[in-house]
Design a protein around this ligand. Structure first.
Ligand code: PLP
Length: 294
């Protein structure tokens, strides 16, 4: 992976309006050390982040990503991000991305123990090549997430709807999926409902209706899923948020894992049972996702 840019941000209050933000940004060498050893994001995973897809220098869906960053900040009781400041930082990073696909990451950390708090930074890097996953698809296994559907309401301190930096569980689930011979995973609740993938949202097709698990279930509300639902509606399809029982997965007409950088990966099999893949339709979804979107 090639780094393209990194920028430390001195976060300003959400309600501050500043014409010139330049003195709140410090470009740094992305390959050089930049964080102090007291960083709580590295010590405890105590912070939030966003990954934004960039196509030919255009950062996709910046507004929805900044809205989700603000939502995560609220859930984690971090200071509200200043949208204009973060947007300016994303623009600076996008200007360094050039042709092809890149990924911009926004990180807002609790800060440094006994030091500046919060801390924030933005990075830009070349994206991995996901053309095979988009074209040939991915196999998935269902993995128990270990709690029932109603847990987010009962235990909000689990921060289930926030995109926190604590992704060790998500990465462990991906390793387990690979151990079981699959490419990816779909998390399920202990009472038998479908949630999301460790780094993507799930969309199912039933006839001309596209459904995804309701984000009230303590999953992330995916910006890619939101954007695709808008696109599918414009094409005349019906879309819906549902509580989806795991045992209905095999009867789906098609399924995709969708996310900001890999985009739409068609699911070829769930727990070893093959699922139909419509290559032409999937290509049309990815063509839309690769077009400039705001
Ligand atoms: N769910 C989880 C757990 C994720 O980590 C992600 C993205 O990384 C998504 C869903 C999809 O979100 P988006 O489409 O905004 O990338």
């Amino acid at each position: 992976m090639a780094w393209r840019f990194a920028l430390m941000i001195d976060p300003i209050a959400a309600d501050t309006s500043r014409a010139d933000l330049a003195d709140t940004f410090t470009p740094v060498d992305p390959a050089a050390p930049a964080l102090t050893v007291g960083e709580l994001s590295t010590q405890r995973g105590d912070g939030i982040f966003e990954s934004i897809g960039v196509v030919d220098g255009h950062a996709q869906e910046v507004g929805p990503h900044l809205e989700r960053l603000a939502h995560s900040a609220q859930l984690c009781e971090l200071p509200a991000p200043n949208a204009a400041q973060w947007r300016a930082a994303v623009e600076l990073a996008a200007a360094h991305c050039g042709a092809g696909e890149s990924v911009i990451k926004l990180i807002l950390s609790r800060g440094v123990e006994h030091g500046p708090a919060p801390t924030a930074w933005v990075t830009a890097a070349e994206a991995s090549d996901f053309s095979r996953a988009r074209r040939d698809g991915i196999s998935v296994v269902t993995l128990d997430r270990g709690y029932p559907l109603d847990v987010p309401a009962r235990a909000p301190w689990l921060l289930l709807g926030a995109k926190t930096l604590s992704y060790a569980v998500n990465m462990a689930a991906l390793r387990e999926a690979r151990r079981r011979g699959a490419d990816d995973a779909i998390f399920t609740t202990t009472d038998g409902y479908v949630l999301e993938a460790p780094t993507a949202s799930l969309i199912l097709r039933r006839g001309d209706t596209f459904v995804t698990p309701a984000p009230t279930a303590g999953i992330l509300h995916g910006t890619t899923q939101l954007s695709l639902f808008e696109h599918l509606e414009a094409r005349g399809f019906a879309v819906a948020y549902e509580t989806i029982p795991v045992d209905t997965l095999p009867v789906a007409d098609a399924a995709w894992l969708v996310s900001s950088v890999r985009l739409a990966a068609p699911v070829t099999a769930i727990d070893g049972a093959a699922l139909p893949v419509d290559a032409e339709f999937t290509a049309s979804l990815n063509a839309y996702l690769l077009s400039p979107r705001d």
